[in-house]
Design a protein around this ligand. Sequence first.
Ligand SMILES: C[S@@+](CC[C@H](N)C(=O)[O-])C[C@H]1O[C@@H](n2cnc3c(N)ncnc32)[C@H](O)[C@@H]1O
Length: 376
Amino acid sequence: MDILVTTITGCQDILADEMRELGFKSFEVERGGVRLNGDLKDLYKLNYCLRTASKVLIQVYQGHIQTPEDISKKAYGVNWEDYFPVDTLFIVENSVNQNKQIKNDMIVNMLVKDGIVDRFRKKFNDRPSVSKDEFEIKVFAYILKNNMTLYLDSSGLPLYRRNYKQDLKFIAPIKEHLAAIILRHMEYNPGMKLIDPMCGSATILTEASLMASSTPPGYLRNFYSFLYFKNFDKEIFAEVKEEANSKITEIPQLFQGFDKDRYTIITMNNTVQHPIFQKSIQLDIKNIRKLDEDYSCENGLIFINPPYGKRLDTEKNLDLIYKDIGDKLKNNFKGNTAYILTGNLGMIKKIQLRSEKKIKIMNGPLECRLVKYSLF
Ligand SMILES: C[S@@+](CC[C@H](N)C(=O)[O-])C[C@H]1O[C@@H](n2cnc3c(N)ncnc32)[C@H](O)[C@@H]1O
């Protein structure tokens, strides 16, 4: 199978490092992803074990399109019936770039869908169904200029959907795969202490906990589109899970989070009680300004993802928040390394500390910086 593993644009080298650690040797790194040729075991392992990936796609077609009508014709030409059965719910998603003829992206979904449906009808006098709300199979059409690539998305739901967060109503959480990427940038090692004084939904802490205990990111997930593929092999998937799960180890309480928002901490306290986190995370309601002077940690990592003043429109006094962060880092966290993730580049100077490194990183559509401070 021709496999494309995608990640956040710019983070492909981090993904490649993780793949090497998982034992993958032969692959090509490209912008936003990694390409390889793999078998079923590889496909399941990539989906179940990769922390920094977004999706695992299988390429089923690549070629030239002259007109929008070619989209259906080319989709018709793919042997979909070898990949999934007719009694399946499927959806199509797309990304169209630099194609002047396609004015409306939605038309691409329709044309690909028509090609797939016509093919099944012709072969079986029956067709797979399409529903907006539910799906088992996801087809992804990528158009760049006059080239179209069709993929079967073996993950279905993005891999950052780890299925451990009970509530998604938090203000501006970072995605789980972004947290895993940040942990790699921070050179987090299992055994290290990690504190997040503005933890929100505690994504960095939960990801670090899974990493420290070698718990596979797919451990709680029960949906993957490959489960609905014709060639799904239960035994191979069980083998992959068993191999990965056998590496889970016990860890002590290493992770601490604070947030001034009561609702966030109460809700997240329920989440972090889940046995997969092994009581390794402690969360408390606290304004960073009120962190006790004698509260400290040594040789650990501090991660702060303060409000940017963009998505969190209600946040006032941004200047003050960033100044408080600087003060606390200076006074409470000497001997540690701190990282600030912010999309508000103008606020970085309010921290009033000399930064050691600034890493450009995309948080969804927002261009952010991960800024490193060594606190002496
Ligand atoms: C961008 S969100 C953090 C999101 C988090 N990284 C996650 O993955 O969910 C910023 C958080 O800072 C918290 N916050 C803002 N001002 C604070 C303060 N003075 N002390 C503590 N927490 C604060 C907000 O309640 C919010 O949860």
